[in-house]
Design a protein around this ligand. Structure first.
Ligand SMILES: [Zn+2]
Length: 339
């Protein structure tokens, strides 16, 4: 084992043929892992190594992808019988809603039971009074603040959604209430509910931190107006970006004079490997080179497109043309090259 622990990746590569040393890879990590490793194409040129985030197609870390991974890791082995398997479902639901991002984050906190209500804070800060500021009758739990307090109970009954039945299920957790709304099957209702829930929390914060009392109607107006403004803004933004989008290219077009155009393609043949192809054409549309190559590994789709592109560029680099344009079907690859 000590010998294996010292093994470096370059020891697994045959430097002459610039391919994986399959026997060594299998010997080192076993058949199953070796299959995955052998599917990774090796780079042709030497260059600096760089760290890449494994969970996004462009190798760059984003908060969203990090959060999803953290969520998956958090759920492994978690003993939560009442909501097991649901976090991912509710995550998808929240991100499918056409509501402001800050309200998506708020919903996520509610669904995870991590809203900073007074009972939660008083557990950490000795001396903090956990009593509800509105009624002064009960401790402020999430359920009390968002549903069971007489003020909140009336809020849901009088709201534009008239949620009498939700106001009556005081034995269920607020997470169940959110889950029930997530399954309403009516996007408009789900989005309005989310905004109303947020407005209720906003009013509670305004009272506690600023001493400002908002009425039920103030909250209803704030919820519905914020939703309308956000959706209207997005609609206009989408229409604008749609108008600015380049028209679809349709048929193949010749490049400008002095420019070579490469069109690449790749196809995966199950159990047989990957085939790549490229055509290099000049400004007359005349074919200057054609490339066809087969690999025994079955690459991922975008990886195969990238390999096709790489091979075509090597081919075109031997020509005297100073400029080369590449057309590919892969949006991921195009984004990566244009970065
Ligand atoms: Zn109360």
């Amino acid at each position: 084992m000590s010998g294996r622990a010292e093994c470096r990746v370059n020891k697994l590569i045959d430097l002459e043929s610039h391919t994986w040393d399959e026997d060594r890879v299998v010997d080192w990590v076993g058949q199953e892992k070796a299959r995955k490793i052998l599917r990774i194409p090796l780079r042709n040129f030497c260059g600096e190594d760089r760290l890449a985030w494994n969970f996004s197609s462009n190798g760059i870390y984003s908060v969203k992808s990090g959060y999803q991974i953290a969520l998956q890791m958090n759920n492994v082995g978690r003993d939560s019988p009442s909501h097991s398997g649901e976090p991912l479902k509710i995550w998808k639901w929240i991100w499918s809603l056409n509501i402001p991002p800050k309200i998506q984050v708020f919903l996520w906190k509610v669904a995870n039971g991590i809203l900073p209500v007074k009972t939660a804070l008083s557990r950490r800060r000795i001396g903090l009074n956990p009593m509800c500021i509105r009624c002064g009758l009960e401790d402020e739990t999430m359920e009390h603040a968002l549903r069971d307090c007489p003020w909140s109970n009336f809020y849901w009954r009088a709201s534009p959604l008239r949620l009498d039945h939700l106001a009556n299920i005081s034995n269920a957790s607020i997470i169940d209430m959110v889950m029930e709304m997530a399954q309403a099957g009516n996007t408009e209702v789900e989005e309005t509910f989310s905004m109303l829930l947020w407005a209720l929390w906003y009013a509670r914060n305004a009272l506690i931190f600023n001493g400002k009392e908002l009425s039920h109607v103030d909250c209803f107006l704030m919820a519905t107006t914020s939703l309308h403004n956000y959706q209207d803004g997005r609609r206009k933004q989408l229409a604008k970006s749609h108008a600015q989008m380049p028209k679809p290219a349709g048929q193949w077009r010749k490049p400008r004079e002095g420019v070579l155009k490469i069109n690449t393609d790749a196809s995966m043949i199950q159990l047989e490997g990957t085939g790549i192809g490229a055509v290099v054409r000049d400004h007359h549309g005349d074919i200057r080179s054609v490339l066809m190559k087969k690999f025994s590994q079955e690459f991922e789709v975008d990886v195969a497109e990238a390999v096709a592109c790489r091979e075509a560029l090597i081919l075109a680099s031997t020509s005297s043309f100073p400029r080369i344009v590449v057309e590919t079907d892969s949006q991921v690859l195009a984004n990566g090259l244009n970065r």
